[in-house]
Design a binder for this molecule. Structure first.
Ligand SMILES: Cc1cc2nc3c(=O)[nH]c(=O)nc-3n(C[C@H](O)[C@H](O)[C@H](O)COP(=O)(O)OP(=O)(O)OC[C@H]3O[C@@H](n4cnc5c(N)ncnc54)[C@H](O)[C@@H]3O)c2cc1C
Length: 488
């Protein structure tokens, strides 16, 4: 555990006096619980505030500006980048108990508070034949506020889009403490500058979201799942491009490279496809998981196309439209994240994006890095939109491994940008990606971002981070004394 960078005892006393000890917690256990996210890098805040009513947030932010106290907003702390970690100490506004959800089935809209769990929105929407398409793998634990603040993606993003495509309106507070509403619960709204979209994906740096109106869509009537093996990573990625070219629009299209499949099969203790199914070929293979959904008639047409594609590219496959059997086909995809720990006790997990034309070059580069630095680089992800999770597996107790892992991930990021890609497709920047921001953006672009930040947050109160200051990596090898608890 660490002490805060700079403490603000007088300000915290003033806050306690305004809101009371029931809403403002300063005990070590509460502060520690709010000190890290899934990046597991701990920065202790001085106080954790659980507001009762919206006015409380205005009071907190106004006091913070008066006393120059850093403030970080926290959803449910599942972020992978340290974005909800209070890197400069100060106060954390914790909104996980703000979890009301109202569904309007006529307008196909959901009005939600930011702490609502994403899966709960879908459970309520389903009662009306509707659903909220963005489905991060963490949807049973993460909050809609965190999803909006990171512009989260998910398995169905290629067909249905990301969070930004499903937000009509946001309410909340400017960093300076004034209440604002961006957009409206309307299907059309083009009045004024679109600051709603600026807030989406800004990782809690430009405002505190207190309410959102979301777009829901009709729940698809049927789905069909296919799991197929391809001999090589390159073969699977070429197949992926071919399916998209065949004008099939899969709802899910996941790629697992040979390193990932090998690790996942070890964890399961069995192979996904039998040797007989693989025509006697024992060596490892890459896997593609495809799901199509929609009206049964359209689905039948697409299924014909998918089978023709499988015949051309796959060495083995299975398919089903039975729910329980589909779960079995999903098992390998659900296993792969944890399975990687067989390859190292820690991982750097990135969420880069590359264009279709660069899929093969990217996967070859990950293997080149593996061979050069001697650390496994299992890669899996969303083949329909080029958003791949490249991992560097290492031993966190081995300083040489830590150094090599950090260098390897820097090299991967540089390559991604050279390939015309993006350093992040869904997790955001936070602390983890701050060293790479300048690989992606020109000084003029960073300058424009800083100008927006200064205009909305003149005292740099909300979630001020190294990404909007100097590029630096805070981590195991940074020597900054922040305990890395466990890199997921
Ligand atoms: C196992 C696992 C799988 C994951 N899979 C995916 C995936 O498929 N796709 C994906 O996109 N992400 C994924 N994630 C990452 C993470 O779940 C998402 O980033 C999620 O959106 C974070 O939500 P949260 O409530 O945990 O937010 P937090 O981690 O608490 O916060 C995330 C960011 O949102 C800001 N924030 C939170 N609430 C507010 C608010 N009310 N107002 C302003 N800012 C706010 C925080 O300040 C921070 O910058 C995964 C994480 C895990 C652990």
């Amino acid at each position: 555990m660490t002490t805060p960078v700079r403490t603000h005892p007088a300000a915290t006393q003033a806050l306690l006096a305004r809101l009371g000890a029931a809403k403002v917690k300063t005990d070590e256990a509460t502060c520690f619980a709010a000190s890290f996210d899934n990046m597991r890098l701990s920065f202790m805040p001085e106080a954790v505030i659980r507001p009762d009513v919206e006015e409380d947030i205005g009071i907190v932010l106004k006091l913070a500006n008066e006393h120059k106290v850093p403030v970080t907003v926290r959803g449910r702390g599942t972020g992978n980048t340290g974005a909800s970690s209070p890197i400069h100490g100060g106060w954390v506004i914790h909104l996980d108990h703000w979890d009301k959800i109202e569904i309007d089935p006529i307008s196909a809209m959901a009005t939600v508070q930011p702490g609502a769990i994403t899966a709960h929105i879908n459970e309520l929407a389903a009662e009306h034949g509707l659903f909220f398409p963005p489905d991060p793998s963490s949807l049973k634990y993460c909050s809609i506020g965190g999803n909006i603040a990171t512009n989260a993606g998910g398995l169905r993003a290629a067909k249905y889009g990301v969070v930004r495509d499903h937000v009509y309106a946001l309410e909340g507070f400017l960093p300076t403490g004034e209440k604002v509403t961006w957009g409206a619960p309307l299907r059309k709204f083009v009045s004024g500058l679109n600051i709603r979209d600026l807030w989406i994906g800004s990782e809690g740096t430009l405002g505190v979201i207190t309410k959102a109106t979301l777009k829901l869509v009709n729940k698809p009537k049927a789905r069909r799942t296919f799991l197929l093996a391809c001999r090589t990573d390159e073969g699977a990625l070429e197949a992926a491009a071919a399916l998209m070219g065949a004008r099939v629009n899969p709802a899910v299209f996941e790629f697992l490279d040979t390193q990932t499949v090998e690790a996942a099969e070890k964890r399961r203790g069995s192979r996904v496809f039998s040797t007989a199914e693989l025509h006697g070929v024992e060596e490892t293979h890459a896997i593609l998981l495809v799901e199509i959904d929609g009206h049964p008639a359209a689905l039948a047409e697409d299924a014909v196309k998918v089978r023709a594609w499988i015949a051309q590219y796959a060495v083995a496959f299975r398919e089903t439209d039975v729910e329980a059997e589909a779960e079995a086909l999903w098992d390998i995809r659900r296993t792969c994240s944890q399975a990687m720990y067989a390859l190292g006790n820690a991982k750097l997990n990135e969420d880069i994006v590359v264009p279709f034309r660069s899929y093969v070059e990217l996967i070859r580069y990950t293997r080149e890095v593996r061979d050069r630095v001697g650390l496994a680089t299992p890669t899996f992800g969303h083949a329909a939109d080029g958003n791949f999770h490249v991992h560097i597996m290492y031993d966190r107790d081995n300083p040489e491994h830590c150094r090599k892992a950090e260098q390897a991930i820097y090299d991967v990021m540089k390559k991604v940008v050279e390939l015309g890609g993006a350093i992040t497709g869904e997790h955001g920047i936070g602390i983890a990606k701050s060293p790479f921001l300048r690989l992606q953006h020109s000084p003029a672009e960073i300058g424009a971002m800083l100008a927006v930040k200064r205009a909305l947050d003149p005292n740099n109160i909300l979630a001020s981070r190294p990404d909007l200051r100097a590029p630096q990596r805070l981590g195991a090898s940074s020597g900054q004394g922040h305990p890395r608890l466990d890199k997921h």
